[in-house]
Design a protein around this ligand. Structure first.
Ligand SMILES: CC(C)(COP(=O)(O)OP(=O)(O)OC[C@H]1O[C@@H](n2cnc3c(N)ncnc32)[C@H](O)[C@@H]1OP(=O)(O)O)[C@@H](O)C(=O)NCCC(=O)NCCS
Length: 176
């Protein structure tokens, strides 16, 4: 019988393993270092939203959501979350672990009172969780990205109603 997967908030004991998961999944350590940097950003980091997938004692996946703002053209600021990065160890990919991490993260974020999440990612992967192109709400990325790959989800009904503008990411993202 396959070992059970648990999906839970990371602890300090997981930090090194989370670094390895990101390094192995991305084939470089930029994203792993991004996770470390975001953890140290007290404004952006939400401990409950750094989540690991564990099989036995092995961390096989990780997902992070950090706080962002959406700046409207009138200067209004709306709080939201960015889903990034997400990683599953190569030998454990395509077994549904990434999907479990996304669903758990969205549920925890919703329970914490967040109203929306933004993601830059594959346009065939994220819609199954309810993400739609962010252009639906006239929400724009601060960098060049195909419109289908820049997506948002409302965690409550109308969570993005009257929200539009440019996403402002934590500065740590500029190093990736
Ligand atoms: C992106 C990533 C996190 C996805 O993790 P994952 O655990 O492989 O994701 P899932 O298993 O949920 O889904 C992957 C595919 O496997 C399929 N799948 C899910 N469960 C499956 C199963 N039991 N058997 C076979 N296939 C399955 C899914 O349908 C999905 O295919 P689709 O995208 O065509 O729908 C992982 O591929 C990764 O770490 N990639 C490198 C890093 C990266 O690019 N991260 C994203 C950008 S931040």
């Amino acid at each position: 019988m396959a070992a059970a997967i648990s999906i839970r908030q990371e602890t300090a004991a997981d930090f090194a393993a989370v670094f390895d998961v990101n390094r192995l999944a991305f084939g470089q350590d930029n994203e792993a270092r991004l996770v470390d940097a975001l953890r140290a950003n007290e404004t952006a980091f939400v401990p409950e939203l750094s989540i690991v997938a564990v099989i036995g004692a092995i961390v096989v996946g990780h997902i992070l959501f950090t706080k962002i703002t959406i700046r409207g053209s009138n200067g209004n600021l709306h709080g939201s979350l960015a889903l990034a990065p997400m990683a599953v160890r190569p030998e454990h990919q395509k077994q549904g672990i990434g999907s479990q991490l996304v669903r758990k993260g969205l549920a925890v974020a919703s329970g914490l009172g967040f109203q929306s999440v933004i993601v830059v990612g594959h346009e065939q992967y994220y819609p199954k969780f309810g993400f739609e192109p962010a252009e639906k709400w006239n929400i724009k990325a601060p960098f060049e990205v195909p419109s289908d790959a820049f997506m948002a989800i409302e965690l409550i009904a109308d969570g993005l109603r009257n929200v539009s503008g440019m996403v402002v990411y934590p500065a740590e993202f500029e190093s990736v």
